[in-house]
Design a protein around this ligand. Structure first.
Ligand code: SF4
Ligand code: SF4
Length: 426
């Protein structure tokens, strides 16, 4: 595993790999193949999905990252402006996974009562999962207590950069602190690669990533305008392929997919259009979407979402109004903070507004709100979300999951009952 330990603590976490951890890469590969095989078996699936399937199931991209002389920067969440990483001469990849065997392995070194995302990340380190194998530096935002402690858990083992998030998203103090945090990240990236971040490289990277963002918005609009042309499962797959894909590769393949989708004859619209909100659903575990869209109760499609692992990841472009390096860094900082609806911030009415706005603009007939078990941030916001949605008159189902297929039977019953109820309302 590359990257020297960051913190060299006097009391490091007792986190030694055991023999079964070596099986985690194979478990990840098998889970990825199984998910993709189920999605690929859907009749009439777009042919242009094939490159995304291969990217997520074959080792080619990982091998490419190993061969590439540029350092790899692993990120969590969406708080790292990837343009900085590219402009510094490194490669950004987002490391978030959902893999129950990695979560079980990670629980050895953490209290059991930590959310499965954090446990899986510790498991990913123990099992040297592909992203963790290639990352020279991991950037961890302090978005919740689990992530804060993750800095220490991973930092005992490798090089980690902490991104201290402000408690509030709005207000001059918060924005100034965040801009300083991003400037510090820029300096750390320069030290990692040995390259100064220059204006031309920053502008090129922003242009590339804004093209990616425009394509992601086009995909979001298509899901709404022609519901069922692409399933929510495939849309999630495409958006999460961007976690590891080279942005130029992703832009080309997504353009080809959109061209195929827009020139296809219209399909029979689904009986139900749904919005999915809440804690991230992460590849390879898309079972929540599979339960909704594969339900026998009704043909239902997730036409929109409010999730950091899907639409929220790429939707917002960076808007430059001052073309100096500090000015562009400020624009990049603002883009990662201001439109973000992560519940880690104290005041978060914008998240509720966004859920309601997405539901309205997508003509969703119902909302499914997902909370990962032990994620207090989403749990604590749920009563306010539920009240606002109730007031809007839209039905909402709130589900809690382990982020693994292990709770499918219970979830299936609740989802089917919700879809049946929606059909009766229609
Ligand atoms: S919801 Fe927030 S803290 Fe959780 S993974 Fe997404 S961006 Fe990170
Ligand atoms: S799911 Fe919740 S508890 Fe887990 S890392 Fe994300 S914000 Fe933190």
């Amino acid at each position: 595993v590359s990257g020297a330990p960051s913190c060299r603590c006097r009391h490091p976490l007792p986190l030694e790999p055991i023999a079964s951890d070596a099986e985690l890469p194979a478990a990840l590969e098998a889970a990825a193949r199984e998910t993709v095989a189920r999605l690929a078996a859907t009749p009439g699936r777009p042919a242009a999905m094939a490159p995304f399937d291969r990217l997520l199931t074959e080792p080619a991209r990982h091998d490419e990252l190993v061969r590439d002389p540029r350092p790899v920067v692993g990120t969590l969440c969406n708080f790292v402006p990837e343009e900085l990483v590219l402009a510094a001469g490194a490669i950004p990849i987002r490391l978030d996974y959902s893999l129950s065997s990695a979560a079980r392995a990670g629980a050895r070194g953490l209290a059991a009562d930590v959310c499965p995302v954090v446990r899986a990340l510790v498991g990913a380190q123990l099992g040297a999962l592909p992203g963790f194998r290639v990352a020279d530096l991991i950037v961890v935002p302090t978005s919740c207590d689990g992530k804060r402690k993750l800095v220490r858990a991973l930092g005992d083992q490798r090089e980690v950069h902490t991104l201290a998030l402000p408690q509030e998203r709005e207000g001059r103090r918060a924005q100034a602190a965040w801009r300083e945090e991003i400037a510090a990240l820029a300096r750390r990236l320069e030290a990692l690669t040995g390259h100064r971040i220059r204006r031309g490289a920053l502008r090129d990277a922003i242009e590339l990533l804004n093209r990616r963002s425009a394509l992601a918005r086009e995909l979001a609009e298509l899901r709404v305008k022609r519901p069922g042309t692409i399933s929510g499962r495939d849309a999630f797959l495409v958006l999460q392929a961007s976690f590891i894909a080279d942005p130029t590769w992703w832009n080309e393949r997504t353009r080809a997919l959109l061209d195929e989708l827009t020139t296809r004859p219209s399909t029979e619209p689904p009986a139900l259009r749904l919005l999915l909100a809440g804690s991230p659903v992460l590849f390879p575990d898309l079972h929540l979407l599979e339960l909704v869209e594969g339900s026998h109760a009704a043909t239902a499609v997730i036409v929109a979402d409010e999730m950091c692992s899907a639409t929220e990841r790429l939707y917002h472009p960076t808007v430059i109004d001052e073309t100096t390096v500090p000015g562009i860094l400020r624009a990049a900082a603002d883009r990662t903070l201001l439109p973000c609806t992560c519940p880690c911030f104290i005041a978060n009415d914008d998240r509720i507004d966004r859920i309601l706005e997405r539901a309205r603009s997508s003509s969703a007939q119902g909302i499914i709100h997902h909370t990962l078990r032990l994620c207090q941030l989403f749990d604590l916001e749920l009563p306010r979300v539920s009240a606002a949605v109730r007031e809007s008159g839209l039905p909402m189902l709130s589900v809690t999951s382990e982020g693994s297929g292990e709770d499918s039977a219970l979830l299936r019953n609740r989802i089917e009952a919700f879809l049946e109820m929606l059909q009766q309302v229609e």
